[in-house]
Design a protein around this ligand. Structure first.
Ligand code: GLN
Length: 226
């Protein structure tokens, strides 16, 4: 095994060392997420149709434009299948992806998957300062975290089951609700792989839990719509 392979598949103490993680690839910044997932020890799979969710161990909803993604999902009868998958498996939404996951979306209100107990305000940082790189303290081990914000949303409320892992100006920017991870920034655009590594660990742990309940075998067909 080469050093690179070792680095890619070296997750310790987890049963699923190289999970297959989908990246919703209909719009936005999915290629950088695929690269980041590879670097974090997973095998990325581009997802454009509901059937491609089959057998995946987790899914990334990338940044981009949430309204455009939503229109595509509705037009291609993908919204419901995505809701079923994301309601059962580990999912990581960044920026527009976090907007899609939220319980409620403001500015303006729009439909969402409603799985993340948070209220998210779109384009909350205004026109002048809507893109910025901020380094801030994080609950993740390893020191302060660089966060790249691009026309970012703001998480204005979170439910009791939501853990805040990083903030900007007091507002949560990286949150976790069990097997759901969401960031209002773009971790795939920084060199630091701690956020993607955390998601890969959540995926591996989720598999362990489901496997112990005999409900899920990795790479078996997912019970989703078409
Ligand atoms: N402003 C975008 C939206 O509302 C999100 C921006 C992003 O994903 N970088 O969907």
């Amino acid at each position: 095994m080469t050093n690179t392979e070792k680095q890619h598949c070296s997750l310790k103490d987890v049963p699923l060392a190289c999970p297959r993680i989908g990246v919703l690839a209909i719009q936005g910044n999915y290629a950088s997420h695929a690269q980041a997932l590879t670097e974090a020890g997973a095998t990325p799979v581009e997802v454009r149709k509901p059937a491609q969710l089959s057998g995946l161990d987790g899914l990334v909803l990338p940044g981009g434009e949430s309204t455009t993604m939503l229109k595509f999902l509705e037009k291609h009868h993908f919204f419901e299948a995505l809701q079923v998958f994301c309601g059962a498996r580990p999912v990581f939404g960044t920026c527009a992806g976090a907007i899609l996951l939220a319980r409620e979306v403001l500015n303006p209100a729009q439909r969402s998957l409603g799985l993340l107990d948070a209220i998210v305000e779109r384009n909350a940082y205004g026109r002048q300062i809507d893109s910025a790189i901020v380094t801030a303290e994080t609950a993740l081990a390893g020191g302060p975290l660089e966060m790249v914000f691009i026309r970012a949303p703001r998480i204005v409320a979170t439910g009791a089951g939501v853990e805040v892992l990083a903030r900007r100006d007091g507002f949560p920017t990286l949150i976790r609700q069990g097997r759901i991870l969401a960031a209002t920034f773009h971790p795939e655009l920084s060199r630091d792989r701690r956020v993607h590594r955390l998601f890969v660990e959540i995926v591996a742990a989720g598999w362990e839990e489901l496997a112990s309940q005999n409900r899920y075998t990795p790479s078996s067909p997912a019970r989703v719509g078409n």
